[in-house]
Design a protein around this ligand. Structure first.
Ligand SMILES: CC(C)(COP(=O)(O)OP(=O)(O)OC[C@H]1O[C@@H](n2cnc3c(N)ncnc32)[C@H](O)[C@@H]1OP(=O)(O)O)[C@@H](O)C(=O)NCCC(=O)NCCS
Length: 179
């Protein structure tokens, strides 16, 4: 297998189409809005299997997190984690997640976040469910968030701090308006 990373604005239209097809198949619903909310500077992690087909994907977008009273943190936010249905269970999903951690570390980020309906899977890789209040920062306004899809999970890249999972977590707003 081969893992590659590409910024969104460097993806060919062919790979964009392949990513949307892969995500639609894995999630069982159209994924056409992906490129509307990841912006142009997202970093896509893509895995091709030995036959050359696109088999697994995720995308990292930089956001800022404010946790409790801490200073702002550069966060790698993960979206569109998907493995082609007939290629699942082969370790590809874990491999793209591990690569996304390396990408975030290399960009100097200290934390990662996502929202999910399958916390058990991420939990098995060390991700932790956030229990505190959530908010989005749009300009100077803080908008409380109560309708997250699934649960929010975080992964610390910097072992020098411990996370209090019940504090308030605020993230930069993004175009689709969701968490
Ligand atoms: C979740 C997903 C990306 C995993 O991809 P994958 O390539 O099969 O993952 P891996 O092969 O690395 O890991 C498979 C392991 O995760 C487990 N797993 C898969 N889905 C799971 C789930 N919903 N809950 C708990 N464990 C799960 C499998 O049982 C397997 O366990 P094993 O290693 O003990 O056999 C893939 O199932 C998928 O695309 N699902 C649909 C889209 C989705 O839900 N994405 C995540 C949204 S946040």
């Amino acid at each position: 297998m081969k893992i590659s990373t590409f910024r969104t604005d460097k993806l060919s239209s062919e790979i964009r189409g392949d990513i949307l097809e892969l995500c639609s198949l894995a999630f069982g619903s159209p994924f056409d809005e992906l490129f509307d909310f990841v912006g142009t500077s997202g970093v896509h992690v893509i895995l091709h299997d030995n036959s050359g087909g696109l088999s697994s994907h995720c995308v990292v977008t930089e956001r800022t997190f404010w946790i409790g009273d801490r200073s702002p943190m550069r966060a790698g936010y993960i979206d569109a984690v998907a493995t082609r249905p007939n290629k699942q269970g082969l370790g590809y999903g874990r491999a793209v997640m591990a690569e996304s951690c390396r990408v975030c570390k290399s960009m100097g980020m200290n934390i990662m976040g996502l929202s999910t309906f399958i916390p058990e899977w991420y939990g098995s890789m060390g991700w932790r469910v956030w229990r505190g209040e959530l908010g989005l920062k749009k300009g100077s306004e803080i908008i409380p968030v109560s309708d997250v899809d699934g649960v929010v999970m975080l992964y610390g890249l910097d072992n020098s701090f411990s996370l209090n999972l019940s504090q308030r977590l605020i993230a930069t707003w993004r175009p689709n308006g969701g968490w």
